[in-house]
Ligand binder design. Structure first.
Ligand SMILES: [Zn+2]
Length: 365
């Protein structure tokens, strides 16, 4: 069996273990066992569920850290049925990020006995998705960030992309409460849903600049108990993003102003920040970005420089060298019909190995 096939098999095994954000323990335990079986040293799982392992280097170069997030956007009860064909594998979370986590092992298998100049640290971290707010990678970087020369973040389906910028994300939960009552008998009483709907309508009227690209989305809205009840409570979750910290801050101020404008003394609206991903960038000319680009080019792949919202935000926001790179191609991330293409992984793994080895070389300069 080729290393590509082994990595795909491992990705399928990882995908079969449910790992919604905040409940990654079972998957983390599986990855820990894989780290041990692969001969890594200092294999540990921290309080959050981040799995660490170290492959010792031969020289005295600074270590390089490679990470992949274990969590998925899918609730625990989601059926994890896989469709496996020679050219593709489909199933919830297979690309984001089961194949990314499997890539950590694929990297070790590909390296074989090859020596690196410094220690190679691997981390399978929790809490990249949803409301995880990057707390997994934050703990990883708190522990290792200052000691490593660079961090490489793996995302399963991003082969060909080199993320060297982290866009800023701020998330709010806005909630309304009211006395409630019967829809007929108590008609006229305030409704939490009617009130929140007015706030939501006002939010959808906000104008954002196309440049720097700035976006917003009300992704969740919930409340009420039945169609003939005046709702006692309702809430929405709002996601704001921008390439520029200043534009993000301006949008956040507008959102808070909308909420203030809809305040009533009897039953105040509540607004809380439920997510804050700091922005950060390294230049396209940065040595680490160029290492990742050249590794792709050497395999005949074009490199697309990009910014996104990934675990890379965290080290980048602290001024630490980091890029997020992919392993294969695929589509429909965050949907049950998510899939990966199998063939490109045979390029993606050597690109990863090359990127790691050249990162050590770059770090020496
Ligand atoms: Zn992901």
């Amino acid at each position: 069996m080729t290393i590509t096939e082994r990595t795909l098999d491992l990705a399928c095994a990882i995908q079969q273990i449910a790992a919604p954000t905040f409940a990654e323990q079972a998957r983390a335990a599986f990855v820990r066992d894989q780290f041990v079986a692969a001969g890594l040293l200092d294999v540990t799982v921290d309080d959050l569920g981040n799995v660490f392992g170290r492959r010792p280097g031969a020289g005295r170069a600074r270590p390089v850290l490679v990470t992949a997030h274990t969590d998925t956007v899918f609730p625990a009860e989601t059926p994890l049925t896989l469709l496996r064909r020679p050219e593709l594998i489909a199933g919830p979370g297979i690309g984001d990020n089961s194949v990314g986590v499997a890539g950590l092992l694929g990297l070790l298998w590909s390296l074989g006995d090859a020596q690196t100049e410094g220690d190679l640290w691997l981390a399978a971290n929790v809490c990249e998705e949803g409301l995880g707010d990057l707390r997994g990678i934050r703990a990883v970087i708190d522990r290792l960030g200052e000691t490593v020369a660079a961090t490489l973040v793996l995302e399963g389906m991003a082969l060909g992309r080199v993320y060297h910028g982290g866009i800023g994300v701020r998330r709010y939960r806005i909630s309304a409460e009211a006395e409630g009552g019967h829809s007929w008998l108590n008609y006229g009483r305030p409704s939490a849903i009617h009130r929140l709907a007015r706030v939501a309508a006002a939010l959808t009227q906000l104008e954002v600049p196309p440049n720097p690209r700035t976006t917003y989305n009300i992704g969740v809205i919930r409340g009420g108990t039945s169609v003939n009840t005046i709702a006692r409570s309702a809430e929405l979750e709002l996601d704001l993003r921008s390439e520029a910290p200043t534009a993000l801050a301006a949008l956040a101020r507008h959102v808070e102003a909308v909420v203030t404008a809809h305040q009533e003394p009897v039953a105040p609206l509540r607004i809380e920040v439920i997510g804050d991903r700091p922005p950060g960038f390294i230049a396209a000319e940065h040595g680490l970005v160029q290492v990742a680009v050249r590794a792709l080019n050497r395999r005949g792949l074009a490199a697309t420089l990009d910014s996104g919202s990934t675990d890379a935000n965290l080290p980048l926001s602290r001024g630490l060298p980091c890029v997020c790179i992919g392993l294969t191609t695929g589509a429909n991330a965050h949907r049950p019909d998510e899939y990966i293409d199998t063939a490109p992984l045979a390029q993606g793994l050597p690109v990863l190995v090359d990127t790691v080895l050249q990162t050590f070389a770059w770090a020496r300069i």
